[in-house]
Design a protein around this ligand. Structure first.
Ligand SMILES: Cc1cc2nc3c(=O)[nH]c(=O)nc-3n(C[C@H](O)[C@H](O)[C@H](O)COP(=O)(O)OP(=O)(O)OC[C@H]3O[C@@H](n4cnc5c(N)ncnc54)[C@H](O)[C@@H]3O)c2cc1C
Length: 392
């Protein structure tokens, strides 16, 4: 559990060209927190989450005992696959099943800014992205750039895709399902799966995958501060909604918004299989990010204030009752307790957003395995002493 996902990917690639693992995109993310909170990347439509592929784990419990799946029991093993390890113990290791990937995959990145009709394309993408074959994921990365057409900043939408197959098979799918994008052969590059990992992480694809082993985070991650928030979209957002979002993005220096399509395997796994509940019915997940370099409280207040306003603006367009959020994009705006001693009803404020109906089962497991609430943080799972002996 001390490894990074980059180390995991590199070690798979050293041994095989036809196995991969469906975890996140940024190689310096740690396996420990990532897998225990879900963990998704470019393989999510084909294989679901990293946590869906954990088959055993070793965990130090509150009594200092080292447990495996058999000795911890199925309830605790369920809880640490999406419920966040930090409420339950210290994970020493996970045993995972790898997944098959073809020897050749295809990637493309297709940029469109507002002057090139980005808004209509993004709107259309919402009707296509979650229904495409499971072998194809097209995410959108939205940022603010200098316009090449005019002397001002504009919103750029970057359609980034991984297809688990060759370009000859991809083009007809795109022509049939998403012709509006106008994808051509020469927009695409064929490569191995591990090269696609390098590609999405921003490394040269012809370099060695040794770079994935480097645990030093990218420079920009060290020098900047950032704040993220997440949402789930269950009904397509109208163009007017996007126009409002673009307007707000143009007010900020370095905003980035990611739209990650769901559907495929994500819709086949039940909401209660593991604590991560965001499955069928979600078209896509949104991650909003704002980065800033200035130091000090004033700058933080300004940029965090901006992302909170954006989050408020988007309210009518995203999931409701609850307004869902992804645990691994932990957001203390959703509620917190100062020393990890929230009551059940206080913790439900954020717990229901991260876990929906799985929240109660997490509370039962927590009450049983850590009744004195030793493992706690601002948003940890609370205990209810009378639930300690309850069956699910
Ligand atoms: C640059 C960047 C890119 C990202 N990209 C993605 C992505 O593509 N997909 C995605 O799903 N998420 C992504 N994330 C979110 C990421 O999954 C979470 O930040 C995750 O919590 C990171 O885990 P960590 O162990 O590195 O972090 P930490 O901050 O060390 O841990 C996060 C939480 O997990 C707990 N924890 C860590 N290790 C253990 C352990 N061994 N046992 C028990 N509890 C433990 C910690 O106590 C803490 O509560 C990204 C984050 C960043 C910063």
């Amino acid at each position: 559990a001390g490894a990074t996902i980059g180390q995991l990917y590199h070690n798979i690639a050293v041994k095989s060209r036809t196995y991969g693992f469906p975890a996140g995109i940024c190689p310096t993310v740690g396996v420990g927190g990532h897998l225990s909170g879900g963990g998704y990347g470019t393989l999510l439509r084909k294989y679901g989450l990293a946590a869906d592929h954990i088959v055993d784990a070793r965990l130090v419990n509150v009594d200092g005992k080292i447990l495996d799946r058999k000795s911890m029991g199925e309830d605790l093993f369920w809880a640490i696959r999406g419920g966040g390890g930090a409420s339950f113990g210290v994970v020493l290791s996970y045993k995972i099943n790898l997944v098959h990937v073809p020897p050749v995959v295809t990637v493309f990145t297709f940029n469109k800014n507002l002057e090139e009709g980005a808004t209509a394309l993004v709107e259309r993408w919402q009707y296509v992205a979650d229904k495409l074959p499971q072998d194809l994921v097209i995410r959108i990365v939205i940022s603010v750039v200098n316009s090449t057409q005019r002397e001002e900043r504009t919103v750029q939408t970057s359609f980034q895709a991984l297809f688990l197959g060759r370009v000859d098979k991809l083009i007809p799918i795109m022509e049939q399902r998403f012709p509006e994008l106008g994808l051509r052969h020469n927009n695409c590059t064929e490569m191995s799966w591990i090269q696609s990992v390098l590609y999405f992480a921003g490394f040269p694809i012809n370099g060695s995958s040794d770079v994935l082993v480097d645990r030093t985070p990218a420079n920009y991650l060290v020098t900047v501060s950032f704040k993220g928030k997440s949402d789930y979209v269950t009904e397509p957002i109208p163009q007017t909604g996007f126009e409002g979002i673009w307007k707000m993005l143009l007010e900020e220096n370095r905003p980035v918004v990611f739209f990650t399509p769901y559907g495929g395997r994500m819709s086949e796994i039940s909401e209660s299989a593991i604590p991560f509940p965001h499955r069928v019915g979600n078209i896509y997940e949104i991650l909003y990010l704002v980065n800033w370099e200035e130091k000090g409280f004033k700058a933080s207040k300004e940029h965090i204030g901006w992302i909170r306003r954006l989050y408020r603006y988007v309210t009518p367009y995203v999931s409701k009752f609850p307004r869902s959020a992804y645990l691994n994009y932990r957001d203390l705006d959703l509620g917190q307790s100062k020393n990890g001693t929230a009551s059940y009803s206080e913790a439900k404020e954020w717990g229901i957003k991260y876990f929906k109906n799985n929240f109660d089962r997490l509370v039962k497991v927590k009450s049983k395995v850590d009744p004195d609430n030793f493992f706690r943080n601002e948003q940890s799972i609370p205990t209810i002493p009378s639930w300690a002996g309850k069956k699910n």
